[in-house]
Write a protein that binds this ligand. Structure first.
Ligand code: NAD
Ligand code: ZN
Length: 355
């Protein structure tokens, strides 16, 4: 069973990410730190009936006094009203700083529960049990926790590391195929920016069915890559921007189409092909890279082109407002080859021409 070690410099703490198939049903030894403590499982209404009992059993086996709090599913849950409900639940359960909060679910549950755990009593112990592919390879690693504000996504947040992350790849068997695909988009991104061998493995497996048995190894590799970036740049001021490969256009697409029409990972797929084309046009990316990425995405049933009817002018204008923009230039991540990349300021006019 793969274990990825993460060192979080700002807290001088190390924690382990344990990854395996069927891990949830024998997780008690990995939850031993909860012995004699209260442990509140926070999850959502979709995940609760599937996995809450298994996790509860393992926590009880580990010697914890377990309670459960179920949130509504979906992005709108990542809000201040639900955060307040969560604080009330923590207070009602008499959680102290010695006790544990366990986030069981996708990125929404992980981000909200993490933020609550970070702020309640200035921090209670947090364990992440991510159950979407996106949460397993992205949101549960790196310690970013957040809630949305009516004026924007993730505007209230913090860096707060979990004490442990448990990833059971078998939980993905119940996940909607489209959600799995969105996670695969981010998996392929890791190959593009940092690991040619990972990209080639995904390329040669060639389908979701063939990839599934190797998913624990692949998830582990993605967690290692993300953990490397987090350790190099814990507060997201430098090299961590490389994780935003494909995200310049993705954010503009999500914004232009209304959030939720394209899943984030789907928008990233389209953005990765576009960024490869930009890199080729600018002489940074080897010719044909865009087609190679496109072939892999298509083999995994992922989108590669922006939907018809979108205004290019509007997309370009949104990209120019990208939070990574400086003056008239937008910082774009471009591939120097499959498995390596660089950040580069590109004039927003030039970007508009290449769209
Ligand atoms: P999500 O949490 O909304 O989960 C997607 C859907 O799948 C939900 O309906 C959920 O109930 C359901 N679900 C979850 N696990 C399931 C399972 N095993 N079986 C069946 N259904 C299941 O979405 P997400 O894509 O996991 O996360 C998106 C959130 O993550 C966004 O809010 C985004 O901002 C955040 N995010 C955070 C970071 C970070 O670094 N903190 C990084 C990327 C994304
Ligand atoms: Zn992303």
């Amino acid at each position: 069973m793969p274990i990825v070690n993460v060192t979080a410099p700002e807290q001088a703490e190390r924690y382990e990410i344990h990854i395996g198939h069927g891990l949830l049903s024998h997780a008690a030894p990995l939850l031993a730190m909860c012995a004699g403590r209260r442990a509140m499982i926070v999850t959502d209404e979709n995940v609760a009936p599937l996995y809450a009992d298994a996790l509860r059993d393992q926590l009880e086996l580990a010697g914890a006094q377990v309670s459960l709090f179920v949130l509504p599913a979906g992005e709108t849950t990542k809000c201040m009203a639900q955060l307040e409900r969560l604080y009330d639940a923590f207070l009602d359960a008499h959680l102290t700083r010695k006790d544990y909060v366990i986030a069981l679910g996708g990125g929404v549950v992980g981000d909200l529960t993490g933020y609550a755990a970070c702020t309640y009593l200035r921090g209670v112990h947090l364990i992440q049990v991510p159950t979407t592919l996106l949460a397993q390879v992205d949101s549960s690693v790196g310690g970013k926790v957040a809630v949305n504000h009516p004026r924007g996504k993730n505007l209230l947040g913090a860096f707060y590391q979990p004490e442990r992350v448990l990833i059971d790849c078998d939980t993905l068997k119940t996940l909607d195929a489209r959600q799995v695909g969105a996670g695969l988009g981010e998996v392929i991104k890791y190959g593009c920016i940092a690991d040619a061998a990972l990209f080639e493995r995904i390329e040669s497996l060639g389908s979701r069915e063939a990839l599934m048995p190797e998913l624990d190894q692949i998830v582990a590799r993605c967690c290692e890559i993300k953990a490397w970036y987090v350790q190099e740049d814990p507060h997201d001021h430098g090299v961590r921007m490389q994780l935003n490969y494909g995200h310049t256009l993705a954010h503009a697409l999500e914004n232009g189409m209304g959030y939720g029409v394209l899943l984030h990972g789907e928008a990233v797929c389209i953005g990765m092909v576009a960024a490869a084309k930009w890199g080729e046009a600018l002489g940074v990316t080897p010719a044909g890279t865009d087609e190679r990425i496109e072939r892999v995405l298509l083999a995994y049933g992922l989108p590669t082109k922006e939907p018809e009817g979108l205004s290019r002018k509007q997309l370009a204008a949104t990209m120019a407002l990208d939070k990574k923009a400086e003056g008239s230039k937008v910082n774009v991540v471009l591939l120097t080859q499959i498995g390596a990349c660089t950040g580069m300021p590109v004039d927003s006019e030039k970007l508009a021409q290449m769209l």
